[in-house]
Design a protein around this ligand. Structure first.
Ligand code: G4P
Length: 529
């Protein structure tokens, strides 16, 4: 197959949702359609279990297992589909944010009863900022839930989206009869009481046909006609261009558990979802069909076995082909590296591959060369943008508890930060190190891993911070900036990239600082232009 055809057949995406909305179930059903797994449960068993949330080692162990499920690839209707795993667990939100830099589109799963939940709001906001095309799947239609129109409203209001329904439910919960597929103009009916299978799919171009009454009964038929009239009156028709620009989001309804509405979602998805998109580097925009290989690291997975310290770095291929044993430039180090056993992912397995294409993910064994955000090329000095840090939620001083092991501690901290486990800030005033994390769990993970993987011991001390704000550099002679740096010295630190960060200890002090020094630009993410 030609290079261009290989690009056109790829769809690389992530599924995002609040925990429990049905992401794992939907993923499994998609894999079943692709013939990538034989039975349900294969993915589910790798999921971080709810009961384990207080037991971090258990979570880490499960995360270890989940290397294989980090990328799930399968072929469906001749398209190569790559699903990138996005942990729903709040403490691993940073992982998910970073993975979102490597997807070309996303599917947002929403629970019909719970509506838009907190984690979904955060993740969708990140996608919106990046104009990532999004498709919404409203799940669990077999249960009683919110009215479909109320839910569409909620999606627009809370998530800031512009929806265009491509399917519409006929009833809900106990009365759920099926779905009218606006995209394909047909009706899918549930079979009987069990609601386990699709009984039949009936093409339905003309909704005014009396056939509709015969099939779903007169009450449901009238309701469906009215609902669809309202849908057409209120919502704009689906526009692929808008969807691809990230300014319109098609919506599907269904039930992942009952495999209802999933095939319709997948069929529409492979029709409309973007092929590997161009990516902005600091220097220029890089297109997928460029001949030379470029890619970037979006995730590093540590090996939990202390005897095998190597890690797996996940590279998203942006352009060209990635070939086994060919030397590529590691731009940050300025040196060439060759990889004899790059892993590709297929279903839940990984295997060594000779060649991979734009949109694909390869896993490279790494002994400490890579850091999240690193770029690989065929020689071009290129730096991919777009892996910002967000303000952590929890901050603590990290102290060395074993003076003989200072070197090990520093190395351990460095490598864990490269993996993106947490963020390190070094205080300007006394060079003390402060660790910032998204979840409190990470402090235990760090402590445990420092001890077991690096032989170093640490203790923590509370450091009350409300938010970390990245300070935009200003002219050296800017008096207000100088004054800000002098007065706030105690609260200033450098992050790993040597960017200046203001650690505000309360919302009040942040507001006061902004008022007092209006020309000092503070940002809530590490990336700003
Ligand atoms: P997540 O990955 O988003 O966290 O969600 P997951 O797929 O694990 O689904 C969460 C729960 O919701 C599971 O039940 C799952 O069976 C259920 N579920 C998913 N889709 C549907 C649906 O369409 N209808 C209904 N009624 N339930 C659905 P659980 O009891 O937590 O787990 P399990 O013991 O059933 O596996």
């Amino acid at each position: 197959m030609s290079f261009d055809k290989e690009i056109l057949r790829r769809r690389t995406f992530g599924i995002i949702s609040h925990p429990d909305a049905g992401k794992t179930t939907l993923t499994e059903k998609l894999l079943l359609f692709g013939g990538a797994i034989q039975e349900a449960g294969a993915v589910k068993n790798n999921k971080i279990k709810k009961t384990a949330t207080s037991d971090f080692m258990e979570i880490e162990k499960q995360r270890g297992i989940s290397v294989a499920t980090s990328v799930l690839a399968f072929i469906y209707r001749d398209k190569k589909i790559n699903i990138l795993d996005t942990p729903g667990h709040k403490d691993f939100a940073e992982d998910t944010f970073r993975t979102l830099t490597a997807v070309d589109s996303v599917i947002v799963v929403i629970d019909v009863a719970k509506g838009v939940e907190e984690q979904t709001e955060k993740l969708v906001e990140v996608c919106r900022m990046r104009n990532i095309p999004m498709l919404v799947f409203i799940n669990k239609m077999d249960r009683e839930g919110k009215d479909a129109f109320d839910l569409l409203d909620e999606v627009e209001q809370k998530l800031g989206l512009k929806v265009s329904p491509l399917s519409f439910p006929i009833g809900m919960g106990y009365d759920f009869k099926g779905i009218y597929n606006i995209y394909e103009k047909n009706i899918n009916l549930f079979s009987g009481e069990s609601k386990k299978n699709i009984e039949e799919t009936i093409a339905f171009d003309d909704l005014n046909s009396p056939e509709l009454e015969k099939i779903i009964g007169s009450k449901a038929a009238t309701e469906l006609r009215e609902n669809l009239e309202l849908v057409h009156g209120v919502y704009p028709p689906f526009n692929k261009e808008e969807y691809l620009k990230g300014t319109q989001q098609p919506v599907f309804f269904g039930s992942a558990l009952n495999n209802f509405g999933v095939r319709e979602l997948l069929d529409c998805f492979i029709d409309i979802a973007p092929t590997p998109r161009p990516k902005m580097a600091e220097e220029r925009l890089v297109k997928a069909n460029e001949k030379d290989f470029t890619g970037f690291v979006f995730k590093i997975h540590a090996n939990m076995d202390p005897k095998h310290r190597d890690r797996l770095a996940f590279i998203k291929i942006v352009s060209g082909t990635f070939e086994r044993n060919k030397p590529y430039l590691h731009v940050r180090h300025g040196k060439n590296l060759k990889f004899s056993s790059p892993n590709a992912f297929f279903a839940e397995k990984k295997e060594i591959v000779d060649i991979s294409y734009p949109g694909d993910i390869v896993g490279l064994h790494d002994t400490g060369n890579f850091k999240i955000g690193d770029t690989l090329t065929e020689g071009e000095e290129l730096h991919y943008k777009g892996i910002p840090s967000f303000s952590p939620e929890h901050f603590r001083y990290i102290n060395n508890a074993d003076p003989m092991k200072a070197k090990q501690l520093n190395k351990g901290i460095d490598q864990l930060m490269d993996e993106g486990v947490a963020q390190l800030f070094t205080l300007e005033i006394n060079n003390r190190k402060v660790i910032g994390t998204v979840g409190a769990l990470q402090f235990e993970v760090i402590q445990y891993r420092l001890e077991h993987e690096y032989g170093a011991k640490c203790t923590y001390e509370n450091f009350p911070v409300y938010k970390a704000c990245w300070v935009e550099p200003a002219d050296k002679n800017n008096e207000e900036f100088k004054e800000f740096k002098r007065v706030k010295q105690k609260f200033l630190a450098k992050d790993k990239r040597n960017q200046l960060v203001f650690l505000a200890d309360s919302q009040f002090s942040l507001q006061m600082t902004q008022q007092k020094y209006p020309s000092v630009k503070l940002h809530f993410t590490s990336e700003f232009d």
